[in-house]
Every structure is written in structure tokens, then in C-alpha cells.
Design a protein around this ligand. Structure first.
Ligand code: HEC
Ligand code: HEC
Length: 386
């Protein structure tokens, strides 16, 4: 396994290096295929919270330890050889190769993919741009194990779970295209993921489509492997039956209603803005189960660590610090974060709050790092003088 891993790594380093050059969009070698997944699947994370954050560059070691901590993982190598061959054949038939990507399998799947703009020509263009700008971190299959991102904490995202953090569509829902484009335009603050805001909008769209493609392909593979290796799902279900339902979730995300427009709460420091911040602070610190402070203890200065769906350790944001909001600090971004939570890390959604209450929490989060934007009583609680 180690040597195969090393060989894949070497091939990817070569691909990434060849991708340089101004304005060039090199093709993938025509005979290159997506390698079979060999890395560990996380089927269940431990109940007991993690003791520490992940160590840079020790992803495989950390995931291998999850079983002894009460989690459940599985290795693709334990799949019967014939099942693996069938799955690989299906994946190649349905999703093509890096040089000739497509979404197929069944007529319904092809139609849904076309509706999402995931056509072979768009995917091929997106794939070339991905190779140039993203492959070094997110890797050929989107497993997040590219050579440049290896030591990152958190590591580059593994798209193959089909799970995304920064969505405006619902709790645990797929992102809409605009959410992915926002991530590419702004980057993810506080992580190694840079902004691609200087590229033309159309190129970001194409790369977002390619991310969706890798996520659909990877989730299909994950579900099929998991079903055979003691995870959820029916092992006798043919892999082609998995593609349609996954695509349906992506279609549904595009149709989700937009985030409502923000109310006018006045300038930070005005009486009406102070009132909203004060109400938001009260909600944030409410003594209720699952209230914000249970995870963002001392407003996130003492974060309560938890496992995310990938089996890595998530750290609740320190909301007293500036420049840490990954998914954007604009009104619409934060409304979505508070309303829908961040499902892959277990941050809960809040369907029960009124829009006004969500906006109050948004105003508090936007103001928390800046003492001058907090009314005196809230300032004393969030930034006490020593
Ligand atoms: C230097 C490494 C690096 C590069 C280059 C990079 N990313 Fe990322 N990316 C990351 C990291 C790290 C994360 C995970 C951050 C987290 O989980 O908090 C991430 C997360 C993401 C996410 C998940 C967002 C969500 O809502 O959960 C998407 C989508 C993404 N990257 C797309 C891309 C695309 C497309 C490119 C190329 C245009 C790219 N990235 C280039 C490191 C990188
Ligand atoms: C069950 C634990 C949990 C609870 C409860 C919780 N959060 Fe979080 N929150 C997290 C984690 C974990 C992250 C870090 C996500 C990441 O960066 O991967 C986070 C991140 C955030 C972020 C940063 C998002 C970004 O774009 O980077 C904001 C803002 C936030 N939480 C606000 C809130 C508010 C407001 C509440 C209460 C309504 C709340 N959280 C309740 C766990 C929680």
C-alpha cells in the first residue's frame, strides 16, 4: 500500500509540475485513469471527543487510530478482488478518465448531469483548470492528498465524501454552484486554501463544476465501498443505482430558496445596531443545550474540539479573532452559517429561530472581534479587562 501511495504521489507531483506556464492549459495524458481508492474509509467517528488537533502530515496515522478510540474504519484492500474490478469498470464507464470526464451510467443520471451543466466539454475544460490550480492540494481524484497540501491542518478537502461546509442550501445539503464559486473567489481564511479571485469568473465556474464531478464520482465510490465493508447501505445494490440519488441532491441544492435580504440595523455603534448585538450575545450565551457557547467556549478562545465527518479534528472558530471566518463574514454568508449550521463538523442548524434572531446572532458574530462595535455590557463580557 505504501509503495502504491508513493507511486501515485510521484505521478501527481509530475502532473502538478507540468501544469505550470502562463495561460497554458495542458491536457491530461489520454491513457491516464483515476486510480482505485486505497486509503482508509471512515465509517464512524469515536463518541469521545478528540484530545488534540491532528498532527501535520500524519493523516493516515491519525485515521488508523480511530478504531482503537471507538470509531469504525475500513480498508479498500479488504474488498474481494472481483467486486473491486467490477466497481472500477463501472466508475470508468460512468465517469470516464481525467482527459475525458463525463457523468453517465444511466439515462436519468446523464439528464440530471446535463441540467447541472456537467457536460463532457465543460468538465474537460474545468479539469484542465483544476489540474493547473487545485491538483497540487486536492489531488487527481479529489482525495485531498496532493503534494502541496500534505502538511496542512485542516488538510485539503477530500471531496469524495460529497460533504461541504459552506453552503447556503440547508443542513447537510450540497452546495449550490454559487457557494462553490464564492469559496474559490474568496478562498478559505485561516487555512492554506488561497483565493482565486483574480481568475475570470467563468474559469471559477468551470472549476466548481469539476469539483462537483469529483464529488459525485468519489461519493459513488465511497458508498459502494462502504456498503461492502461494514458501513451503511446495501452491498447488493449495483453502483449505477447510487449515482441518480447523489445527483438529485445537487439538483435540489440549485433549487433551494435564496437567503433572505438583511434588515437595516444601522451602522455599527448606532443604538439599533447595539440592540441587535445585545440580543445576539444573549442568544449566543443562553444556558441551553447545544447553545453556541457549548462549543465556542469563551467565545471560541477555548474551543471544544470534535471529530468531523472525515475523521479529522474540527476546531470551533475563535469568534473574538479577526480574519478567521472561512465561509465569509458578509450578511448572507453568516445568515446561512447560523441558520443551517455546518453539518460535516456537527455544528447544529437552527430552523426554530426567527429570521430576526438569526440576524441578531449574525450582528453579534460580525461585531465580536471589535470592542468598539459592542455595547458596554457586551464588551465587558466578551473582552473583559484583565
Ligand atoms: C494550498 C492548498 C489548496 C489549494 C491550491 C486549493 N485548495 Fe481547496 N481547500 C484547501 C483546504 C486546506 C481546504 C479545507 C479547509 C477546511 O476544511 O476548513 C479546502 C477546501 C476546499 C473546498 C471545500 C469548501 C466547503 O464548502 O467545504 C472546495 C470546494 C475547494 N477547496 C476547492 C478548491 C479548488 C476548486 C481549488 C483550485 C481552484 C482549490 N480548492 C485549491 C486547500 C487548497
Ligand atoms: C456542536 C458544536 C457547535 C455549536 C453548538 C456551534 N458551533 Fe459554530 N462551529 C463549530 C465548529 C466545529 C466550527 C468550525 C468549522 C470549521 O472551521 O471547520 C464552527 C464555526 C463557526 C463559525 C465560523 C464559520 C466559518 O465560516 O468559518 C461561526 C460564525 C460559528 N461557528 C457560529 C456559531 C453560532 C452563532 C452558534 C450558535 C447559534 C454556533 N456556532 C454553535 C461548532 C459548533
Amino acid at each position: 500500500v505504501v509503495s502504491r501511495w508513493a507511486a501515485t504521489r510521484a505521478a501527481v507531483v509530475a502532473l502538478a509540475a507540468a501544469a505550470g506556464g502562463c495561460g497554458s492549459k495542458p491536457d491530461y495524458p489520454p491513457n491516464l485513469v483515476f486510480p482505485s481508492r486505497t486509503d482508509r474509509l471512515v465509517l464512524k467517528t469515536p463518541e469521545t471527543p478528540p484530545a488534540a488537533q491532528n498532527e501535520p502530515g500524519k493523516l493516515d496515522e491519525d485515521l488508523a487510530r480511530l478504531d482503537s478510540l471507538g470509531g469504525k474504519t475500513a480498508l479498500p484492500a479488504d474488498l474481494p478482488a472481483a467486486t473491486r474490478t467490477d466497481l472500477d469498470r463501472f466508475l470508468k464507464d460512468a465517469f470516464g478518465t481525467p482527459a475525458a470526464p463525463k457523468v453517465g451510467g444511466e439515462p436519468d443520471a446523464t439528464a440530471a448531469a446535463e441540467g447541472l451543466g456537467l457536460t463532457p466539454d465543460q468538465l474537460a475544460e474545468g479539469g484542465k483548470l483544476y489540474r493547473k490550480h487545485c491538483l497540487q492540494c486536492h489531488n487527481l481524484t479529489g482525495d485531498g492528498r496532493g503534494p502541496s497540501g500534505f502538511g496542512g491542518v485542516p488538510p485539503p478537502r477530500d471531496f469524495r465524501r460529497g460533504a461541504f461546509k459552506f453552503v447556503s442550501t440547508g443542513h447537510g445539503a450540497k452546495p449550490r454552484r454559487a457557494d462553490l464559486v464564492r469559496t474559490l473567489t474568496e478562498g478559505l481564511k485561516g487555512t492554506i486554501m488561497p483565493s482565486f479571485g483574480l481568475l475570470p469568473e467563468g474559469e471559477r465556474e468551470l472549476m466548481a463544476k469539476y469539483v462537483t464531478y469529483l464529488a459525485v464520482r468519489g461519493e459513488t465510490e465511497y458508498q459502494a465501498l462502504a456498503a461492502h465493508l461494514g458501513g451503511p447501505g446495501d452491498p447488493s445494490a449495483p453502483p449505477e443505482s447510487r449515482v441518480g440519488p447523489i445527483l438529485a441532491e445537487w439538483v435540489k441544492a440549485e433549487q433551494a430558496p435564496p437567503v433572505p435580504a438583511a434588515p437595516d440595523d444601522g451602522e455599527p455603534g448606532s443604538a439599533s445596531h447595539y440592540d441587535a448585538v445585545r440580543r445576539g450575545h444573549a442568544l449566543f450565551t443562553a444556558k441551553a443545550e447545544n447553545s453556541c457557547v457549548t462549543c465556542h467556549e469563551d467565545f471560541g478562545r477555548k474551543p471544544v474540539l470534535r471529530y468531523d465527518v472525515w475523521g479529522t479534528v474540527a476546531k470551533p472558530a475563535d469568534l473574538t479573532a479577526t480574519n478567521v471566518i472561512k465561509g465569509g463574514a458578509r450578511d448572507q454568508d453568516l445568515y446561512a452559517r447560523v441558520r443551517f449550521g455546518i453539518a460535516p463538523v456537527g455544528m447544529p442548524a437552527h430552523p426554530e429561530l426567527t429570521d430576526r434572531q438569526v440576524w441578531d446572532l449574525v450582528r453579534f458574530v460580525q461585531s465580536a472581534p471589535y470592542p468598539v462595535r459592542l455595547p458596554e455590557d457586551v464588551r465587558a463580557a466578551v473582552h473583559p479587562r484583565p
